[in-house]
Design a protein around this ligand. Structure first.
Ligand code: GRF
Length: 192
């Protein structure tokens, strides 16, 4: 595994598709002394992703790949990551599934945050599923990305209580709050 050496932080890219609250949170985390990572690149598959505003706000390089030509875009993405000397990738609400080859190339260097207590509720609509099943507990998971969706080795999890008054939106808000604590904690756990 890569290690941060001395004061040199690990060059990291964050991949997003939407709001980017985890992105913003990770940028803020990266600026504190104890953070082992620096955020050097933001990738989005959507031009309209709200989170892209943080690239401008924090003056971080951004690049959009719409993956319409999947092979070509993934290849160009790999070239860009190499050019920018990216050593570590954090997926944060990134809605594209990367190829097995790409994941293999970055083996052990891509992590993701998922809004459920994996292995429960892989994929989409996790909060809706948890409420429908009358679960009392849900949460979030940071895990390594493997070729199988939401199935890589778990790094850290945080539980969140579901109240009978919760709906998917209120639960998402509660879980997101914990995600913002969990993602930095997982990064510290990896490199600390
Ligand atoms: C988060 O709930 C994350 O767990 C999931 O997508 C959502 C992204 O939210 N993978 P944001 O864009 O970071 O606000």
């Amino acid at each position: 595994m890569i290690k941060s050496i001395g004061d040199k932080k690990i060059k990291t890219a964050i991949f997003i598709s939407g709001t980017g609250s985890n992105l913003k949170n990770l940028i803020k985390f990266s600026k504190i002394k104890k953070s082992p990572i620096s955020i050097n690149l933001i990738i989005s598959n959507k031009r309209i992703a709200k989170g892209l505003r943080y690239a401008d706000q924090f003056k971080i390089k951004k690049k959009i790949f719409n993956f319409k030509n999947f092979k070509k875009d993934e290849k160009n993405l790999s070239i860009l990551l190499k050019k920018e000397k990216i050593e570590f990738i954090c997926l944060a609400g990134f809605m594209k599934i990367l190829s097995k080859e790409f994941i293999k190339r970055f083996n052990g260097k891509i992590i993701n945050i998922h809004p459920s207590l994996l292995p429960k509720y892989k994929g989409l609509n996790t909060h809706k599923k948890a409420i429908k099943n009358k679960d009392k507990l849900t949460g979030c998971t940071v895990h390594y990305v493997s070729a199988k969706l939401d199935s890589g080795k778990i790094i850290l999890q945080k539980k969140v209580k579901i109240s009978t008054k919760d709906n998917p939106a209120s639960l998402s808000k509660k879980v997101l709050k914990q995600e913002h604590k969990l993602y930095p904690a997982a990064i510290i756990k990896i490199f600390g």
